[in-house]
Ligand binder design. Structure first.
Ligand code: GLA
Length: 383
């Protein structure tokens, strides 16, 4: 049974009738540009062919009644006409509750719906399982209420729900690529203006994601600490965000900053430059240049931003030994575990899989990696 059939079965079992509409929003992998989004900088992600999907039907009342396949069909409901509270027992529903709250705060009048949710983006792996749930929820609630809200606006609404309702101070990258991704393309996103430029992924290149399966500990606190360090550095220079600083400016002021703040800022400033260069390299199909930039990005995350872990560094070394200069590999996502992304010639995929299976156990304390060969996919939409 495919994902949509399983979803339909859950919907019918829960609500006793057929859904009227289906919506989906994909997860994402970031090729380069890490921890730059909340510094108003640049990122280069693509949407992947793993997604959150919702089956829905209208209701006669003002309730949202939701059920989730990943949580054994647990049901959680709330009233749109009353202030929406957090749920302790159904944590997943807080993404739905948060998005509904932000939409209504913006003055939108929502109609009651039944919704069933399914997803195949691995949770807690740094592939944006939360962001795609926010985006698909926003799409469902607005479209079922007859509201034509743009995908960009839905991305911002999802981020606001996560920042204010769920409590994670994420940037805008994940929701934007889930909402606005394009098949076979990566998206260069200016996180200040939200301008986008689509960059085709070269035809012979495979996007390979290797999930270390290292449980991401302390993610939220470490993430928020990095964010605060970046803000402190920007404040030192009297600018809105680190996006506004050049490497020359940063180096000229090195003695005024403490060593840690300097290194954190150096990661962001150099990563922005690398991301712009990577978009150019990808556009001309130059996998070698892309490989160099991804390697530098990984070293910068490891040594300056300090968000990698030994198992992740191990995977990067294993893959690099196979691909040499023919493509790139780096940690992707927020850090402290999660996934590695490789952009490699298709004919290297089998050798990379083989090498990871053979050598990863040396670094991983017995953990086994999951490998996904992905296709850059279309962003959110109705099915
Ligand atoms: C997480 C956040 C994003 C971004 C990345 C790091 O995925 O949700 O906004 O900051 O980390 O690049």
């Amino acid at each position: 049974m495919n994902q949509q059939q399983t979803l339909t079965e859950l919907f019918e079992k829960t609500f006793g009738h057929q859904p009227t509409h289906y919506f989906q929003a994909p997860g994402r992998v970031n090729l380069i540009g890490e921890h730059t989004d909340y510094n108003d900088g640049f990122v280069l992600p693509c949407a992947i062919d793993y997604q959150a999907m919702i089956a829905t039907s209208p209701r006669d009342d003002q309730k949202v009644v939701a059920t989730a396949h990943s949580y054994d069909g647990q049901v959680s409901e709330f009233e749109l006409s009353l202030p929406v509270s957090h749920s302790e027992e159904a944590f997943w529903s807080n993404y739905v509750r948060g998005v509904a709250t932000v939409l209504m705060e913006k003055g939108m009048s929502l109609k009651g719906v039944n919704i069933a949710i399914i997803g195949n983006v691995p949770q807690g792996a740094g592939l944006s399982s939360s962001a795609c749930l926010e985006v698909v929820t926003g799409l469902t609630l607005t479209r079922m209420s007859g509201l034509d809200v743009s995908l960009k606006e839905l991305a911002l609404i999802g981020q606001k729900a996560e920042n204010e309702f769920v409590g994670c101070k994420c940037g805008i990258m994940d929701q934007m690529i889930s909402a606005c991704g394009k098949e076979d393309h990566a998206m260069l996103l200016d996180c200040r203006s939200l301008d986008t430029r689509l960059v085709p992924i070269p035809q012979n290149a495979a996007v390979v994601i290797i999930n270390s399966n290292v449980k991401r500990g302390l993610v939220d606190s470490e993430y928020n600490t990095r964010r605060a360090q970046c803000e402190a550095a920007a404040q030192h220079f009297g600018v809105k965000a680190l996006r506004d600083i050049t490497l020359d400016q940063l180096e000229a002021s090195q003695s005024e900053l403490d060593e840690l703040t300097y290194r954190r800022a150096r990661h962001v400033v150099t990563e922005n430059d690398r991301t712009l260069a990577a978009a150019e390299a990808l556009a001309r199909g130059d996998l070698k240049a892309m490989g160099r930039l991804m390697a530098e990005s990984h070293i910068s995350m490891r040594d300056d931003f300090e968000i990698t872990v030994p198992a992740i560094d191990g995977i990067v070394d294993i893959v690099k030994a196979v691909i040499g200069s023919e493509g790139g590999v780096r940690m992707t996502g927020g850090g402290f575990g999660g996934c590695v992304v490789a952009l490699i010639p298709e004919e290297k995929v089998d050798a990379v899989k083989q090498a990871v299976h053979e050598h990863y156990p040396t670094y991983s304390n017995g953990l086994v990696a999951d490998i996904y060969v992905c296709r850059a996919s279309q962003g959110a939409g109705e099915l």
